[in-house]
Structure formats: structure tokens, C-alpha cells
Design a protein around this ligand. Structure first.
Ligand SMILES: NC(=O)C1=CN([C@@H]2O[C@H](COP(=O)(O)OP(=O)(O)OC[C@H]3O[C@@H](n4cnc5c(N)ncnc54)[C@H](O)[C@@H]3O)[C@@H](O)[C@H]2O)C=CC1
Ligand SMILES: O=C([O-])CC(=O)C(=O)O
Length: 356
């Protein structure tokens, strides 16, 4: 691969990335996108499945700088996979089959996530961690609690990947409004059914009135339940993998370019821990106050929430709470419904690690 001077400079800034669950439906195409990223100098693929060696061999023939390695519990294990990693992407765990909820995955995936989180805390404690494994509303708290136990938790660097919801919102709105700019729709709350809250009004403004109530409801519903559409179409052979890999690389690129200082003021929605005050995460106090006001629940304990965030070299720089200041009445209702379910989802992850 040839590189001009400015590319050379950027290549000086390159990272080591691990994918945990790299042999899976998401892991494989996601690893492909990472191998294609010139800012990835080392790509470490980990899976409990021995097929990961073949995935690594296949990717290693691609003519990009990233050096690919593979690891299983019998080949170096988590210590070798995670050593020196700047980023860890986690699509490990079981996917849904028709008729299952994301919550049904918790029993198996919580244990997998706890084990992987413990490895990260030990072998790359300062890494930025992107959690894809479902149910995101509960697995992100599993990671956070394990990191807290190990004294390595940093709320600026732990993200639940909810980008697929924004990608879907953008795609579905364009089916009825093809002239809109792309990539602007924010989706907040959580990543499961009616905890998913698309904020269409913030982008559409007055144009929202050109959509009927039924059209708006249909788009919101399709974003909330888009995952089921894929599961049905795949007829028992898994859930979204290709669109998820696309979404994860999109989010990773935003976080990475901020981390490397290649571009500034990068914004993306992600599921974050909101327990700590503004000193840990700027804008988080305002977020909690506004949600409490919107839901009419002054005592609402909001420990996790997906929000648009501004990223910088150290992870999240600021939570964009302002997006909550001008919601329309449909969106306020959706936030209320979200906040009825979300606390039990995140508490499940917290309790799992605390052994309740
Ligand atoms: N955040 C989101 O928007 C989305 C999340 N997902 C979730 O991502 C997860 C993965 O989905 P797929 O790739 O389709 O599943 P998959 O079954 O195709 O792949 C999962 C991989 O994880 C590996 N694995 C299992 N236990 C492991 C462990 N302890 N350590 C390392 N690897 C382990 C498996 O061997 C397998 O290769 C599921 O939980 C799914 O629900 C899926 C789509 C969207
Ligand atoms: O629906 C699922 O289980 C996978 C997922 O999270 C999505 O496609 O949004």
C-alpha cells in the first residue's frame, strides 16, 4: 500500500484492537472492516471457537498494515489476546432466535461478558471498550460492575453500541423523505424494544408535520423492533450481523478518530453509565435532571441511558443533554415508557455481578 506524507503521519498514530467473539456472525465482518482500517496496526482476534484461526489466516492476506493474530483459550487465551490493546470490541455471546427477547439471552451472555470484562480489567485496564453483546441494557452494567470491582472503571471509555438503531432510523426515514441529509438522527434510551427512543423531530423540525401520525408511528416502531425483522427473515439462523458490523465500524471510526485527534467534535449516540456527576462525565447531571422532569419522576434513579455524546482523545468529553430540551409530545411519551423498563434491565446486570 502506498502512502503519501499526510497518511504517513496518521499511520504513526495507530492502535492495537481486540475483537472478542471474532469467529461469529458479527465478529467476522467486523474484523474485516478493522483489517481495512489504516489506523489499526494490530488486530487481535479471540474466540472460544477454533474457527478463529481460519478467520485470522483469511484476513492476513489482505494488503493493509494491520498485523493479525488469533487466540483461543488453548492458544494464548485472554492474556495474549488483550495485552497492550487500546480498544476492545465485544460481539461474543449467543444471538436471538425467533420468539426470543434480548432479555432471554442474559442468562448465557452475562456470564460470558463477566469473564471477558475480568480479562480486560487484568490485561488492558485502560482500553476503550465497545460492548455489542446483548442484552446491551444489561451487559454494559455487567462490564461496569466488573471494572468497578477491579478499580479500573472509567465511564468515559465504556460504551454500549446502539449505533444500529441510529442507522435504522436514518434508513427508514429516508424511505419516506429521500431528500434529508444522512446521519443526523439521534436515538436515545436503551437498545431493546420500547426502551429505544428515536428523536425524529430534532432533525425533521417543522417537516415532521408532512408525515401522518401513522407514518411516524410506523417508523418509530420499525426502529424499535427492527431486530425482529432480521431474525424472522433469517429463519432461525441468527440476528443482524452485516448491518451490525457496519454500525459497529461506524461507531468505532468516530471514537477512534477522536482518540487519535484526527478530527474533533465527533458525535455519536451510545449507551453509557450515568451514575457519576459532571466531574466524571460533563453534562450527565443535566441529563438526569431533564429526564426526571420529562417523566414526572423526581426520584428516578437513572444509572444508564443512551445519549448523543461528544468524543475526544480521552473518550466521552460531554453528554449532549440539550437534545432533550425540545422533544415533541410523542417523544416525551416514549421517554416515559423507556424509563419504566430500563431500570430493571440495568439492575439485572448490576445485581448479577454483585451476586444478589
Ligand atoms: N448491539 C447490537 O445492536 C447488536 C447486538 N447483537 C448481539 O451480538 C452478539 C453476537 O451475535 P452474533 O455474532 O450474531 O452471534 P454468533 O453466535 O454468530 O457469534 C458469537 C461468537 O461469540 C463466540 N463466543 C461465545 N462465547 C465466547 C466467549 N466466552 N469468549 C469469546 N467468544 C465467545 C462464539 O464462539 C461465536 O463465534 C449476540 O449477543 C447478539 O444478540 C447482535 C446484533 C446487534
Ligand atoms: O435483535 C437482535 O437480537 C439483535 C439486535 O440487537 C438488533 O438487530 O438490533
Amino acid at each position: 500500500m502506498t502512502a503519501n506524507n499526510s497518511t504517513d503521519q496518521k499511520l504513526d498514530k495507530a492502535v492495537r484492537v481486540a475483537v472478542l467473539g471474532a469467529a461469529g456472525g458479527i465478529g467476522q465482518p467486523l474484523s474485516l472492516t478493522l483489517k481495512m482500517n489504516i489506523h489499526v496496526k494490530e488486530l487481535s482476534l479471540y474466540d472460544v471457537s477454533p474457527h478463529v484461526s481460519g478467520v485470522a489466516a483469511d484476513l492476513s492476506h489482505i494488503d493493509t498494515p494491520a498485523k493479525v493474530s488469533w487466540h483461543t483459550p488453548d492458544n494464548g487465551g485472554l492474556p495474549a489476546a488483550l495485552d497492550g490493546c487500546d480498544f476492545v470490541l465485544v460481539p461474543a455471546g449467543v444471538p436471538r432466535k425467533p420468539g426470543m427477547s434480548r432479555d432471554d439471552l442474559f442468562k448465557i451472555n452475562a456470564g460470558i461478558c463477566a469473564e471477558l470484562a475480568s480479562g480486560i480489567a487484568q490485561y488492558c485496564p485502560t482500553a476503550t471498550v465497545l460492548v455489542i453483546s446483548n442484552p446491551v441494557n444489561s451487559t454494559v452494567p455487567v462490564f461496569a460492575e466488573v471494572f468497578k470491582k477491579n478499580g479500573t472503571f472509567n465511564p468515559r471509555k465504556l460504551f454500549g453500541v446502539t449505533t444500529l438503531d441510529s442507522v435504522r432510523a436514518d434508513t427508514f426515514i429516508h424511505e419516506v423523505m429521500p431528500d434529508l441529509n444522512w446521519g443526523l438522527i439521534k436515538v436515545i434510551g436503551g437498545h431493546s424494544g420500547d426502551t429505544i427512543v428515536p428523536l425524529l423531530s430534532t432533525v425533521l423540525g417543522q417537516d415532521i408535520k408532512s408525515l401522518s401520525h401513522m407514518q411516524l408511528h410506523a417508523i418509530n416502531h420499525r426502529v424499535q423492533y427492527g431486530g425482529d425483522e432480521i431474525i424472522q427473515a433469517k429463519k432461525g439462523l441468527g440476528s443482524s450481523t452485516l448491518s451490525m458490523a457496519y454500525a459497529a465500524q461506524k461507531f468505532f471510526t468516530t471514537v477512534l478518530s477522536s482518540y487519535l485527534g484526527l478530527t474533533d467534535k465527533n458525535i455519536a449516540c451510545t449507551f453509557i453509565n450515568t451514575e457519576f456527576d459532571n466531574e466524571a462525565l460533563d453534562g450527565v447531571n443535566e441529563l438526569k435532571q431533564i429526564v426526571r422532569k420529562l417523566t414526572g419522576r423526581p426520584d428516578l434513579d437513572l444509572k444508564y441511558f443512551a445519549m448523543p455524546c461528544v468524543f475526544g482523545p480521552n473518550g466521552i468529553e460531554r453528554v449532549q443533554y440539550e437534545c432533550l430540551e425540545h422533544l415533541d409530545s410523542t417523544e416525551v411519551e416514549m421517554v416515559k415508557v423507556c424509563c419504566e423498563t430500563l431500570p430493571s434491565n440495568y439492575s439485572k446486570g448490576i445485581d448479577f455481578v454483585r451476586g444478589k
